[in-house]
Design a protein around this ligand. Structure first.
Ligand code: PEP
Length: 258
């Protein structure tokens, strides 16, 4: 990573932790984070399920825990007849700063297309929050040599045509689908290569945004793999699933040396 961009480590709790468990986890995390310092330029975001957002927000604000509040998804409209959905406007009111969008689990299980993801990005930006836009290839696409084409296409669909300063403010998360929740991390070289390709793709439509845009890696990141991955100059942090449910493991990843 480049020092100026800083490192963002985001904990995606997925559909885990009811609000009692979420409170316990954020308090444990807070105690560990507050007991030491974060490396300069390091930022942490926590993405609990919607039902725990208010609980986590209250704990973070009252205990001054150095984490930003995050969400895992949102709807593209601000309000209306969309039973079961939560809008970006509602998230912004809870002081949510980062919203994950286009996660492969949403693309795979809920049919989210690039077009839907782009509309969600519009909504997140409209309400002053930062989208964490997930992109990544399947194992079949990687084995067929199509990984970079797929990922570059997802990046363009999400960001092309937006003002440069907006592109620069977004976070992209490269998450090879075959590495998510499988215990199989991409090699540092493969992760760096794709994150560099992502940055170069951004350069095709928003050249002045390439130095500033943050690109995370996600896919079975652990305290054991974090440091080596972070050595990649185009890797600016992590989107962490499984390991973010353990306060000690998440804090070890957060404190990984760059
Ligand atoms: C994720 O859900 O974005 C993720 C990377 O999960 P895991 O770390 O468990 O692979």
């Amino acid at each position: 990573m480049l020092a100026e961009r800083g490192v963002l480590v985001s904990g995606n709790w997925k559909m885990n932790e009811n609000h009692f468990e979420a409170l316990k986890l954020v308090q444990e995390l807070g105690a560990l984070l507050l007991a030491g310092t974060l490396p300069p330029g390091r930022e942490v975001s926590l993405h609990p399920p919607f039902t725990s957002l208010r609980t986590v927000q209250t704990a973070v604000e009252s205990d001054h825990i150095p984490v930003a509040l995050g969400a895992q998804n949102c709807h593209w409209e601000d309000r209306g007849a969309y039973t079961g959905e939560v809008s970006a406007e509602m998230l912004a009111k809870l002081n949510v700063r980062y919203v994950i969008t286009g996660h492969s689990e949403r693309r795979q299980y809920f049919g989210e297309t690039d077009e839907v993801v782009a509309r969600k990005i519009d909504a997140i930006l409209r309400h002053g929050m930062v989208p964490i836009v997930c992109v990544g290839e399947t194992l079949a696409e990687r084995e067929a040599g199509d990984a970079e084409t797929k990922v570059r296409g997802q990046v363009r669909a999400a960001l092309e045509g937006r003002p440069t300063e907006v592109v620069a403010s977004v976070v992209l998360a490269y998450e090879p689908i075959w590495a998510i929740g499988t215990g199989r991390t991409a090699t540092p070289a493969d992760a760096q290569e794709m994150c560099a390709a992502i940055r170069s793709e951004v350069g095709h439509f928003a050249p002045s945004a390439t130095a500033a845009i943050r690109v995370q890696y996600g896919g079975s990141v652990t305290p054991e793999t974090a440091e080596e991955l972070l050595a990649g100059e185009d890797i600016d942090g992590f989107l962490v699933g499984g390991a973010s449910l353990d306060a000690q493991r998440l804090v070890s990843i957060v404190r990984a040396r760059a």
